[in-house]
Design a protein around this ligand. Sequence first.
Ligand SMILES: Cc1ncc(COP(=O)(O)O)c(C=O)c1O
Length: 453
Amino acid sequence: MDEKAVQMPVIHRSWDLPLPLIERGEGIYLWDQDGKRYIDGSAGSSVVVTIGHGVQSVVDAMYEQGKKVCFAAPHVFSNEPMLELGKMVAERAPGTLRNNCRTWFGTTGTDAVDSAVRTAREYFVFTGKPSKFAVVGRWQAFHGNSIAVAGIHGHTDRRRLFYPMYRNSPHIPPAYCYRCHFEKTYPECDLKCARALETAIRQEGPENVAAFIAEPVVGAALGSVPAPPGYFQVIRDICDRYDVLMIVDEVMTGFGRIGHWFGIEEWEGVTPDIIATAKGMTSGYTAMSATIAKEEIWQIIQEGGLPFLAGHTMNQNPVSCAGGVAVLKYLEEKNLLANSKEVGAYLLERLHELLELDIIGDVRGKGLMCGLEFVKDKETKEPFPRELKVGRRFELEALERGLILFAGRGCVEGAMGDMMLVTPPLVITRQQVDEMMDILKETTKAIQAQVLG
Ligand SMILES: Cc1ncc(COP(=O)(O)O)c(C=O)c1O
């Protein structure tokens, strides 16, 4: 730990620690300036790093572009890396979006979501349905950290303080079988959680609803909970019947995380209208996001006579786009989508061993997006009291042992319920999963002794 980290005039994400200073990274490992090695079990805090740390070809691609030009006014110039990345994204887009979409490149996942809902709004204004504006979201979902997006997502801890400042969206319950809102069991439930969308749209009035947004696998707000089979097929059907655009938030699930280019491909035959994505596309080498929408939507907006009304200064940055191109090439060359599926299945199987311990209530995931949920009582699924900060304790205990994880809280009514994301980079091997599991087991036992006595 370095005292400098707390004395400098900067704000860190955590108040309670002198943070170690990062030195370098390679593959799934990171080293701090004291030479301590960590396994990056959360892929760079919150499910970012896909291709692993320290890949030279990505750094070289960005350097080569930087030598030519780092920034060029996007209202004047196009740039080659952006065109190449756009083509690569279109060629890999899911379902009927494949080679039938265009991409707006931004900087953060939040602006990708913001641009996605703007796209939906502009589309309806220019199709002569200006009353359509509402975006239906889900509880226990996270879509980004701006005031406007806080109104749409359903992550209580990250929105309640700002409640008077945003327009509150309608929300439906999450697809969360472990704590089913309808107290049903899959598949007899008949996917009531998906059908709730129809009720919400009818209550708001279909003439007012522009879009529905959901993550294929809920990340920070639920700890890697995939929607059950059939969920998005029902959602797609409801959206079609009520002329509502389907937006999937693939900020975490995009670019191989669950074994597909886009997570939604797990639900066969479903094509969203708009995708918001970020993190894995540039694997943390640079800040970059994307809003992908079907060609027909962009055409309507284009014919509307205004430029697309989003836009931030650093959009379409040529150096970042060059990084994105190199990351996508690396994902392909190293066959990392297949690795995510295969090693992800192994990780999930091994995580199930933790269910033998009393504080692990549930283990879930898809590909290399896995998670744990902690409970005080396995039978009743009673969560730990909020004050115990079980997730944070677990995070720190694992960190001490050289494993970086990312905790979440709020799976129970937004206030309680601790989860842990286990989402290593897609380059992880089975042996490295074993190494990670040893630390996870020791950590779980240590925390169990602390909180259950
Ligand atoms: C699903 C999802 N959407 C959107 C975001 C916001 O992305 P960013 O932090 O890059 O703004 C996040 C961030 O964790 C996310 O997990």
